[in-house]
Design a protein around this ligand. Structure first.
Ligand SMILES: Nc1ncnc2c1ncn2[C@@H]1O[C@H](COP(=O)(O)OP(=O)(O)OP(=O)(O)O)[C@@H](O)[C@H]1O
Ligand SMILES: [Mg+2]
Length: 235
């Protein structure tokens, strides 16, 4: 699935957060969106998903304008968001959390168990916790549940908001290994990350957002050079 954002301006309350942001993600591509705290990264993902309306500009999915389409219909268009701070339903089991991701697909139970197994293949460590309450799990395991739940919707495009936030390096690596597998499978992805080196290694192209404006757009290789030479900074 291809995504094109043209000159988006999004307000949160009275504050204009996004100032004419344009960005593209080609079908099958992984793109990173980096930038300091408060830059508007989550707002941009939320605008794509339909959580916040943009005043001007357009959100195009496969060339079709979905700027005025409500959130549940955007899920039907194949968009899935893994929000900041891994929001799992802590009183529900891991399996039930994952099954909720398939809610809009209305899958028969035989397909449901097959789809659940594919998530446990991607995150083998979750298998032994499948009947535990999600709130009982470690932060890393909860993040895997949150990603797994988004994948249960069978999205054509994944929007990831800081999947490695607060995770130990070894767990971060596990999460990024899974994201690399999804990339190899051709899943179109837009990822927001504070872990710059992991994000640049995964993504082919990178955007840097600062104070609501896109400051940089280029290959991840170019972003790496610009950041290491000090020409660009984040934070
Ligand atoms: N409900 C709100 N009302 C008004 N302003 C808000 C609201 N929520 C967020 N903002 C402002 O919008 C701006 C962008 O926030 P956003 O969460 O998109 O940034 P971010 O780049 O995701 O930051 P972080 O790296 O901390 O997650 C910030 O300046 C923030 O203060
Ligand atoms: Mg954010």
């Amino acid at each position: 699935m291809g995504l094109e954002l043209t000159e988006l301006t999004t307000h949160r309350g009275r504050v204009q957060v996004l100032k004419s942001c344009s960005l593209t993600v080609a079908s099958g591509e992984v793109v990173a969106l980096l930038g300091p705290n408060g830059a508007g990264k989550s707002t941009l993902l939320g605008t794509v998903m339909g959580l916040y309306p943009s005043r001007t500009g357009r959100v195009l999915v496969n060339g079709q304008d979905i700027s005025r389409v409500p959130i549940h219909k955007r899920i039907a268009y194949g968009l899935a968001l893994v929000p900041e701070r891994r929001q799992v339903f802590s009183h529900l089991s891991v399996e039930d959390n994952l099954a909720l991701g398939a809610f809009y697909r209305r899958v028969p139970s035989t397909d449901m168990s097959r789809d659940l197994e594919s998530i446990f293949q991607l995150f083998p460590g979750l298998q032994k916790h499948r009947r535990r309450r999600a709130g009982w799990l470690s932060g890393g395991e909860q993040q895997m549940v949150a990603i797994g739940r988004a994948l249960m919707a069978k999205p054509q495009m994944l929007l990831l908001d800081e999947p490695s936030l607060g995770l130990a390096p070894v767990v971060t690596k596990e999460v990024f290994d899974a994201l690399a597998q999804l990339k190899d499978a051709g899943l179109t992805t837009l990822i927001v990350e504070q872990n710059v080196s992991q994000a640049l290694a995964l993504a082919s192209r990178t955007y840097i957002l600062s104070n609501g404006e896109i400051l940089f757009e280029g290959s991840s290789e170019q972003a790496k050079e610009a950041l290491s030479s000090g020409y660009l900074t984040i934070g």
